[in-house]
Design a protein around this ligand. Structure first.
Ligand code: COA
Length: 191
């Protein structure tokens, strides 16, 4: 349970400058912004809309529902060492999250682990590319320059995305999972 002081200081640290509108390849407009603690329920709803395949590609397991404790953890970041950007759009039911890109401290002190998920119907429209670029730029502004990601070996789209827009330093494969270590390309982070 957070104290009021912690909640207030987290709110104060909210990086408004990372918010922006973006236009996808099909012309649809989405809003990109840093995640907020009140997104926990929206993350559970987003998870509920994912196909089993997409959920598995992101979490390497399929759950009936994203556990509320996990959603709370994912929605609460310090905007420095842990940061998540969400993409949202308006629906007749209200605002829905359609994608999340995040980085977190990894076991290696100088390396942050990145992970992405885009709701199925929104995949292949350039949103993953946008979140990757915005996240790399935000990380760089916070002094983080080396990243890793765990990607299933048959996940061509994610492997392609990282190969195209980052500088891959190391690629290890174990039990069908590729562990990539990469840095941002100067042109990518400042694009
Ligand atoms: C991987 C993922 C984040 C990419 O986001 P996206 O919005 O679908 O990606 P984009 O539309 O930006 O496309 C990225 C590139 O992938 C490539 N691509 C698309 N489909 C592909 C496929 N089936 N195989 C290989 N490359 C493919 C394209 O080259 C595309 O580039 P383009 O701009 O030239 O079309 C998204 O598809 C997703 O959430 N997948 C499920 C979860 C997941 O895999 N997470 C990764 C774990 S870290």
């Amino acid at each position: 349970m957070k104290t009021m002081h912690e909640t207030a200081s987290a709110a104060a640290a909210y990086p408004h400058e990372l918010q922006r509108a973006a236009t996808l390849r099909d012309g649809s407009r989405v809003w990109i912004r840093p995640i907020r603690p009140d997104d926990a329920e929206r993350l559970i709803e987003l998870y509920g809309r994912l196909s089993r395949h997409t959920a598995y590609q992101r979490f390497f397991t399929v759950m009936k529902r994203l556990p509320p404790d996990w959603a709370r953890l994912l929605a609460n970041v310090d905007y420095r060492r842990r940061l998540a950007l969400v993409a949202e759009h308006d629906t007749p039911r209200g605002v829905e999250l359609i994608g999340v890109g995040r980085y977190e401290p990894s076991e290696r002190g100088d390396t942050a682990e990145m992970a992405f998920v885009i709701q199925d119907a929104w995949q292949g429209k350039g949103l993953g590319t946008i979140l990757l670029h915005d996240l790399l730029r935000a990380a760089e502004a916070r002094g983080i320059r080396r990243f890793c990601a765990y990607v299933l070996a048959d996940n061509g789209r994610m492997l392609d995305l990282l190969a195209r827009f980052t500088e891959i330093e190391e690629r290890k494969i174990e039990s069908g999972v590729v562990e990539l270590t990469f840095t941002s390309r100067p042109s990518t982070a400042s694009a």
